[in-house]
Design a protein around this ligand. Structure first.
Ligand code: FES
Ligand SMILES: [Fe+2]
Length: 465
């Protein structure tokens, strides 16, 4: 039996079913097949400055504590007490010598090992093996240039291999400055929409800006290149979109070496003053005026908003959005970045509100049975994928408006959801991506879309399939 998920996502035909954003059964499968089997961003070095510094975050719905050890290494463990399952640590962040569960007082060290509990000698007269009652540890922790990721999957390839050519584009954001980056502020909020609506956007969708964000763009960057006030026409901007085998993607406006002004003038001035150093460091001036996502949920925007979106059921996400700044920048530049992020991509930001309006509304519509059976169209800009083109490593499309990266992301998501092992995924995701084998004669057939999306409990392969 073919699993239904492969009928719901068709990277060759350019179609994704609305059900993947709304179905409870699909969501449950994501928790296991996506969130337990990918590299998930946990913390930045600057959030864990000292021994015992910790922050609490999530891998999917699972709360984890990320802690700087005495040795200087960073470790992480499930924030769930082995006694009755209460949260071991209830603060968002801080500094600790150990963690004591506030229910009955079981205490854990910085690695998550159980070290003591009340009445130890007389309540358990036959003894208890504490070494078997550690908090569940995140087995894989790796660090890319100060950005710490974790995975529950011991078989996942090393982080750098997982990132692949996305590193080139990622470096534009996080390895731009000699002194590195630091997080100076965070906003956290809950939005009633599926987490994939958020991650799809920085992965792929630049075109919505000229419609959804037109007032914000006009207010902040009048005379911008994308909109001709006189004719009212939208110009088709230059730029590029990249995609990668494990679902990462991104896009930026402009040509090689050409910088598009940021909305924070103080940053532009400072960046111009250190441009030579950036070029030396990266080998050329690397564009960041756009956005990208490291699958599943680590996103960054051109104004140094870095964010994650935690899944909270099929109809809700929790967004955590940090303001990152170049550590070596003058205070007024750091402040300008922080204020710019407040104005643009904070919960009350001009752009963020536009995006939230779309995602919430789409989610609301998906409550309908008919709406859920609709196939959505991902067929924009039928330009081919090019390889190592014009000095851009890996796979890209020489146009900033394209659905290729989104389709490619859903293709990887489908492969994960089908439960393929990492050995299989490594083979399957090599070579020409499916989006480059597009069959443009194939039209999305509403009946097939509806049949694929009908919930009959058979989305996934069963033991006898
Ligand atoms: S649940 Fe943690 S001590 Fe009882
Ligand atoms: Fe947007």
């Amino acid at each position: 039996m073919m699993s239904r998920i492969s009928e719901m996502i068709d990277p060759v035909g350019g179609f994704v079913s609305g059900a993947i954003f709304a179905d409870q059964q699909i969501y449950e499968q994501e928790l296991e097949n996506v969130w337990q089997r990918t590299w998930v961003f946990l913390a930045h070095e600057s959030m864990l400055p000292k021994q015992g510094s910790y922050i609490q975050t999530y891998i999917g719905e699972d709360p984890v504590i990320v802690v700087r050890q005495k040795s200087g290494a960073v470790k992480a463990f499930l924030n769930q007490c082995r006694h009755r399952g209460m949260r071991i640590c209830r603060a968002d962040r801080g500094r600790a010598k150990s963690f004591m569960c506030s229910f009955h007082g079981w205490a854990y060290d910085l690695e998550g090992n159980l070290v003591s509990f009340p009445h130890e000698s007389n309540a358990y007269p036959e003894g208890i093996d504490k070494s078997k009652l550690s908090a569940i540890k995140v087995p894989r922790i790796e660090n890319y240039k100060g950005f710490i990721f974790g995975s529950w999957d011991e078989t996942i390839p090393p982080l750098e291999e997982y990132l692949g050519n996305a590193k080139y584009y990622l470096d534009g954001y996080l390895d731009r400055y000699e002194g590195g980056m630091e997080a100076i502020a965070v906003h956290k909020w809950v939005l009633p929409a599926n987490w994939k609506f958020n991650v799809e956007q920085p992965t792929s969708d630049m075109q919505h800006s000229e419609i959804s964000h037109v007032s914000a763009v006009e207010a902040l960057a009048s005379g911008s290149d994308t909109f001709d006030r006189k004719s009212g026409r939208k110009k088709v901007p230059e730029g590029r979109q990249f995609l990668s085998p494990y679902g990462h993607g991104g896009a930026f406006f402009g040509k090689r070496g050409e910088e598009i002004p940021n909305t924070a003038p103080a940053l532009v001035d400072w960046e111009n003053s250190v441009r030579d150093k950036i070029e030396q460091r990266l080998g050329e001036f690397r564009e960041v005026r756009g956005h990208m996502n490291v699958f599943p949920n680590f996103m960054m925007l051109g104004n140094y908003t870095f964010r994650v979106t935690h899944p909270r059921g099929p109809e809700e996400m929790e967004i955590w959005s940090w303001a990152f700044v170049p550590k070596d920048a003058p205070e007024e530049v750091k402040e300008a970045i922080r204020v710019d992020i407040m104005r643009t991509f904070s919960p009350g930001g001009m752009f963020e509100q536009d995006d939230a309006e779309n995602w919430e509304e789409m989610q609301h519509i998906l409550r309908g049975a008919k709406s859920r059976q609709t196939g959505f169209t991902y067929n924009m800009r039928r330009l081919p994928v090019v390889y190592d083109d014009d000095g851009y490593p890996g796979q890209s499309t020489a146009h900033v408006y394209s659905d290729n990266a989104a389709l490619n992301m859903y293709g990887f998501y489908r492969d994960l959801m089908e439960g393929h092992s990492w050995e299989e995924l490594k083979q399957m995701r090599q070579g020409v991506p499916e989006v480059d084998k597009r069959d443009f004669t194939r039209v999305m057939d509403p009946e097939t879309a509806a049949a694929a999306a009908q919930s009959d409990g058979a989305y996934f392969p069963t033991a006898d399939s």
